[in-house]
Design a binder for this molecule. Structure first.
Ligand code: PMP
Length: 576
């Protein structure tokens, strides 16, 4: 029941609570709001259906007509129809039980229910006689939900309308219709533990964020060419959490756009045209940004060079010896020279401080400081791409770059900041932003609109109020500790990487192909058998990627670890 849509309902919708205009033959009023309650929406037709039976005004085989009438005004979901039989029969059972109790303790009360209890017993017999399966199917037909009930999402239709190349997760694609906290629900009402999605940062459909968006969209949704204080409140709250030199914002609509703007700003500020990125980095989809996203299908851009990822076993608190640091400095040096040989100097080094798509690493500050010193000496700005690690996901710091000891010149935000409301932000020094505005002008129609601003503010407030950064730390530590324990027992598990609620679990095999196949098998088994949703990551696609919404708790970690342990035992036994 918790998985169903809920709202204020009348709660007692039967014939005695309706006024009918007999001349017009229409209902003209509703009485008795004493039973109003915030409850699953489907209880409304369920009460009406069972009461009309109890009052003897209808028969079980006419119930579909009541539901059909209701859905003409208020469509219902398959998962709601799936529980109707239980709700209608339970209501009758309660009437019978109440009558039985009153017969012993409250004679007067029993007499009031006499008639209803008789009908209830007869109706219950009839309902049970017709059976749950038959009635539920009739009700699905009446509500127009039967086509969705068991059918997989229509792949042919999807391909026709969106192109066959549109990506889908999992061997058995999932059809999801609702989310709440760390849970997702399919049309049958089955729930899935979400250990993958970082956009619903404070939890799917968080009521505070939903209410903020609903309220604002009902009042005003314009753009930044008018004065509006909410976007200023948001900019103020964001920059208050940044180093002092990052004091002004440009608002856009996605992480890609934020990186695109950062790239233009860096070129403008330095007069250079070269970009440095980490090997296998992902920064987005615009033409310019796809050029430094190796996996985006763009041809290699001569203006872009990559740096090697850090040694995998390093953690943020490790030190590095002189030889390892010299290798890092050399790598940066080679990158600068390679660009120079192609006629470019570096404008920007873009780094996702979680190194997510490179394989999820957690290197110490000295690793990054060594590379960055060389790149800055060549005139490069540093862009901290916080699309993945921002807003406390590391559990130790609000911004991921703080965990790396880095102070970027420009930072970019996306994904989690609106909890699902599309939004991106570029934060930099006001002087740089003003120079950029003077040179190019800048306006994004939707960027920084009042609805986005309230969504962003609500996310920051919920993060603080529910202490979700601290939760990322404690739950993340607990999860990694439990994963290390199972990794020690399974030959095909390797390193447990990451910090906070971004965790990578390495899957091993006799060769790279087998490791990748095992990873895919684990991910698919978890989704279809255990209803636990995770992903895979890394250049060899052999890292299990665990990146849940931030309200992910110990009990969720336990469900995840048990499922992974069983899945690993199963696939580890199979030949690759
Ligand atoms: N930067 C990083 C580090 C990302 O992970 C992503 C998205 N996966 C982006 C930028 C692009 O964000 P968007 O998809 O919102 O354009």
């Amino acid at each position: 029941m918790r998985g169903l849509r809920a709202q204020a309902i009348h709660g007692d919708c039967h014939a005695h609570n309706l006024l009918v205009d007999s001349a017009a033959g229409a209902v003209c009023g509703v009485l008795d709001f004493g039973d109003m309650i915030h409850a699953p929406l489907i209880l409304e037709p369920a009460v009406a259906m069972s009461e009309l039976l109890t009052e003897g005004l209808t028969t079980p085989d006419e119930l579909a007509a009541i539901l059909e009438g209701y859905t003409l005004v208020q469509p219902v979901e398959p998962a709601e129809v799936a529980v109707l039989f239980d709700l209608v029969t339970a209501r009758h059972a309660v009437t019978i039980l109440l009558h039985a109790w009153r017969s012993q303790h409250d004679r007067g009360g029993a007499r009031v229910l006499e008639h209803a209890a008789g009908y209830a017993a007869r109706s219950l017999d009839l309902l049970l006689g017709m059976g749950r399966a038959q009635l539920t199917q009739e009700w699905h037909d009446a509500a127009g939900t039967s086509a969705l009930d068991d059918a997989p999402v229509d792949l042919g239709r999807r391909h026709r309308l969106m192109g066959a190349g549109v990506e889908l997760f999992y061997e058995q694609p999932l059809h999801l219709v609702r989310g709440e906290g760390v849970w997702l629900f399919d049309p049958q009402g089955r729930k899935y533990l979400d250990v993958y999605n970082n956009v619903p940062h404070v939890g799917h459909s968080h009521p505070t964020v939903v209410r903020a968006i609903q309220r604002q969209t009902a009042i005003l949704a314009t753009h930044t060419r008018y004065l509006h204080e909410t976007i200023l409140d948001y900019a103020e709250e964001l920059t208050a959490r940044c180093p002092t030199h990052l004091d002004a914002c440009i608002f856009v609509n996605s992480g890609s756009e934020a990186n695109d703007v950062a790239w233009r700003m860096a070129q403008f500020a330095t007069g250079h045209q070269g970009a440095m990125i980490m090997a296998h980095a992902y920064h987005g989809i615009t033409d310019a940004v796809a050029a430094f996203t190796p996996g985006a299908g763009q041809p290699q851009d001569p203006r872009v060079v990559t740096l090697a990822p850090p040694p995998a076993a390093l953690t943020a608190s490790d030190s590095m010896d002189a030889a390892d640091l010299a290798a890092v400095a050399d790598d940066a040096e080679i990158a600068v020279r390679t660009l120079a040989a192609r006629g470019f100097a570096p404008a920007a080094f873009f780094i996702d401080s979680a190194l997510t798509s490179s394989g999820i690493y957690d290197p110490p500050p000295i690793w990054l400081a060594t590379a960055v010193a060389r790149l800055r000496a060549a005139g490069s700005l540093i862009v901290g791409d916080e699309v993945q690690y921002g807003l406390g996901r590391s559990g130790s710091h609000f911004w991921g770059y703080e965990r790396r000891g880095l102070s970027p010149d420009i930072m970019t935000l996306g994904k989690p900041i609106g909890n699902g409301y599309p939004m991106g932000v570029v934060i930099a020094n006001r002087r740089l932003i003003e120079a950029f505005q003077t040179r190019f002008g800048f306006f994004s129609t939707f960027g920084g609109n009042p609805v986005a601003a309230v969504a962003g503010l609500a996310v920051l407030h919920v993060l603080d109020r529910e202490q979700l950064v601290a939760n990322a730390r404690t739950t993340g530590d607990y999860l990694r500790q439990r994963l290390r324990a199972i990794a020690a027992q399974h030959e095909c598990l390797g390193q447990v990487r990451g910090a906070g609620l971004l965790v990578g679990l390495e899957v091993l095999g006799p060769d790279v192909h087998t490791a990748k196949v095992r990873t895919t098998q684990i991910v698919n088994r978890l989704a279809s058998r255990d209803r636990v949703l995770i992903g895979s990551e890394g250049p060899m696609a052999n890292i299990l990627k665990l990146r849940p919404p931030m309200p992910f708790r110990r009990e969720h970690a336990d469900v995840l670890v048990e499922a992974i342990s069983a899945a690993v035992s199963a696939v580890g036994l199979r030949p690759g």
